[in-house]
Each structure stands twice: as structure tokens, then as C-alpha cells.
Design a protein around this ligand. Sequence first.
Ligand SMILES: [Fe+2]
Length: 325
Amino acid sequence: MPNRPTVLVVDDRPQNQELIANYLELLEIDVVTAVDGDEALRAVNTRDLDLVLLDVMMPGLDGFEVCRRIKSDPAKQLLPVVMLTSLNQTADRVHALEVGADDFIAKPVDRFELVARVRSLIRLKQLYDRLDDTERVIYALARAVEAKDTNTESHTERVGRAARQLGKEVGLSGSALEDLYLGGVIHDIGKIGVPDSVLLKAGRLDPAEIVQMRRHVEIGAEIVRPLRSAVSLLPIVRHHHEHFDGSGYPDGLVGTDIPLSARIVSVCDAYDAMTTDRPYRAGLTSDVALDMMYDGAGRQWDHGLVRLFIDRVLPLQIEPLKVVV
Ligand SMILES: [Fe+2]
């Protein structure tokens, strides 16, 4: 039985600490508290924490500085930090992200929002803990690739979560679901090898550029090949653009010859890409995207997975974790 996750709540007001602790009561976690920045940093350095909920306005070191110090320590930078503040200025949100905060929740804190985010971030931290050093680098690299194009912010996170959920609906369990999540997050890692002039082009790609763009699946496969987890991630990275009718790339695989994990990520990736703004077009409405999914079921995507995604996964989708500033 793994240890219960531990969450550090940092707030100079005891009543706020108590409120947050009450909100988190239903989660199977331990809550520890700190009243100021110094105490928070001591706790971070001496305890095995899974998440920090950090008030911004505190006497002495403020939340920004505490967050900056946590994130500048290589041993602690994967510890998720959520800033809690009644400040609602864009500048403060930007500041929070600049100092490395993973998320930002406005006060008064909504109970359900808090619980949902804490649950997600703890799961992410537990996943990080399972990774070896090489895998962490790959994961960080995938985030960096995504950050190059602000339009796709949180796209891969949503794809990862949807892929995990779709995997569950298909009947997969355990580490297969975590592999789907991780594969969903890093599936486009090969875009690191695609020139920005192609990746960020605000217009249709010409034939040569299409070839360059398509190479991302092979570049990605080479990046993940040395990983311990390559056996589960490589099929996703290499085959997420195969089409069910064999018209996709890079290998023109047909139907169930396409690895199941790649078919799952392909469906989740397509829907999220369609409904998100891209450099060359605004995001489609959900209805239009669904029409296109139905239309492409059996040709581009596995029809059974499209149906499961629309019937069972989409209704569960929640907002991305990252704050849009
Ligand atoms: Fe891709």
C-alpha cells in the first residue's frame, strides 16, 4: 500500500488553513501546514511532500519568492506548487507562472475546483516519482516543445488525460493507463526537430513543409527509443498519425495493425486539436468537431474508439489545469 500523499498548505491565517484542510478532507491525503515562507521552505526541505498550496500575500517571504526558491532547487522542481490568492490581476498571474507555479487558484477558493486540481496534480507528482531521470528529461522536453507554441498550451496534458480515460473505457488498467497518459503528453515530442518556420506557420504548409512536419513522428521515435518505457511509448509516438484505412503515416498501417495505444491517442489528439486555436485557424466548435469525428470514423480513426470517446470520455472532460493569462 503506497503512503498517503502529503499536501503542504501555506497561509498566515489559521482559519484559511483550516478551510482548505476541510475542503480536502474527502481525499485520501495528509495535510500539513506552515504559517509563513520560512516555515514552508523548512517543510519542503525536510518532508516528503506531494503538493504545495501556497498563499501569495504573507508577511516576510511572499508566496512568489517561496515558489521561486522551490522551483530553482533541482531536487524540488518537480514538486507541484499551486498559488492561492485573492489578487486577480493579470500581472500577478504572469508573475506566478514566471516563478514556476504549476497552477493558480483565485480566492475565495471553490471547493470542487480545489479538489479536482489537487487530485490531478498529486497524480502527476506520483507519475513523476515513477519515472527515471532520462524519462523526466524527455517529459520536460515535451513540455518545452509545447511551450514554443502558446496556442497549444495544455493541449498535450488534455490529450494525456483523455487517452487515459479512453483506455479505461476500453478495459485497460494499471500501468497501461499511466503509459497512455504519458504517451499522450509526449506524443509530439519529435516536433523539437521541426523548424519553427514550419511548426508555427500561419498558413497552409506547402508539400515540402508537409514532409518536414510529418518527420516529427520518426524524430520522436528516435528520442524515446532509449527509454526504459520505450516499449509502451514508442508505438504512440511513431504511429499516432496512422489512419485506420491505411492512408496515414509513417508506415501506412491498417486497422488493428495500428497499435491500440496509438489509435487511442490519435482520437483524443484529433478532437483536442480541432477544438483548439491553431496558428492557421481558429478552433472549431464542439459540434463541428464531432461531425468531423463521425465522418472520419472508420477511415481516419477506429470507429469503436470514436464512439466510446464521444459517448463516455467527452462528457467527463474538465477544464485544463493551466491558467490562461
Ligand atoms: Fe503529431
